[in-house]
Design a protein around this ligand. Structure first.
Ligand code: ZN
Length: 301
């Protein structure tokens, strides 16, 4: 019997054309499926979230310090009511859509209508860097299709002309069949001949989700994107859906409630329950545990 195994997610980072071209490619099928399963997203929400998670992972590929992180917020007025993702330097990615149960008529050629689900609004990228501190940039959403929005953001807000491709294929049962993406950035000194070649190569690659579905690795995606351009792969980084939440942190959040709220929880004998937005993990605390938090607060006073 043949056992089908999903390839582990990872990205590769490359430099080409004498340092003028930076290129990244990622396969994110497993982490997108993990996000779908955790948040119970319906297909158009799965596609939007998967694209945003993949874009976040690609943007975070330039982080260098273990304490650095990057947040992508897609603040659209469509039925998904916004997407929030973040990633760290170790390739841990997490994220959610505000409304996971969205169902829309498909766009042309049966494609999931991500643009309509996201709507119009703004895109925000926040980098938390070890030395430079926190920096947030923003731009308007141009189509809500995420990849185009990111390319526009990078080109306009960060003055780095970029091409971005992001794709998620959802199967008939709603599970993620393939997901991945690429990002190519050009420095001002990039020769015109290389620009033209890149554009031609991207056209030849076509749909990145189809490429992943056909079994292409991040290295193979880059070999198509950078055909005819001298390049070298600098790094390979594993990617996974992983949240930083914990029972301890959830308890810390409960300690932020005021005393009357805490007393209420204890007196009603309900205890407390806290759900992490990013990964949907639920933390439950007994009335006794809440009482302990309350006592701890009194001790500090
Ligand atoms: Zn979490």
């Amino acid at each position: 019997m043949e056992v089908e195994t999903i390839m582990a997610d990872y990205l590769v980072r490359a430099i080409g054309a004498g340092g003028n071209v930076r290129a990244f490619a990622a396969v994110t099928t497993a982490l997108t499926e993990e996000a779908r399963r955790r948040h119970d997203t319906w297909p158009v929400a799965t596609a939007a979230l998967g694209r945003a998670l993949t874009g976040t992972a690609l943007l975070a590929a330039t982080l260098k310090d273990p304490n650095e992180s990057l947040t992508l917020r897609v603040a659209g007025d469509g039925p998904l009511r916004g997407i929030l993702c973040d990633a760290d330097e170790q390739g841990h990615v997490r994220g959610y859509v505000t409304e996971p149960h969205v169902d829309l008529e498909p766009a042309a050629r049966g494609k999931l209508n991500v643009g309509a689900a996201v709507g119009t609004g703004m895109l925000y990228v926040t980098r938390q860097l070890a030395l430079q501190g926190i920096y947030t940039g923003s731009s308007e959403l141009v189509s809500g299709e995420i990849a185009e929005d990111l390319a526009y953001y990078l080109t306009r807000s960060e003055q780095t002309p970029s091409a971005v491709g992001l794709g998620v294929r959802v199967g008939p049962d709603g599970a993620v069949v393939a997901a991945g993406g690429y990002m190519v950035q050009l420095l001002p000194a990039t020769p015109d001949a290389d620009r033209d070649r890149l554009e031609e190569n991207l056209g030849r690659l076509g749909s990145v989700s189809l490429a992943v579905e056909q079994g292409m690795t991040p290295e193979e995606i880059l070999s198509v994107v950078l055909t005819g351009i001298d390049y070298q792969i600098l790094e390979r980084r594993d990617l996974s859906f992983r949240c930083r939440c914990s029972r301890e942190r959830a308890l810390g959040a409960i300690a932020l409630l005021d005393e009357t709220e805490l007393s209420g929880l204890v007196e009603e004998g309900r205890g407390a329950e806290l759900t992490c937005h990013f990964c949907n993990a639920v933390y439950r605390f007994s009335p006794e545990e809440v009482l302990q938090v309350q006592r701890g607060m009194k001790d500090k006073q």
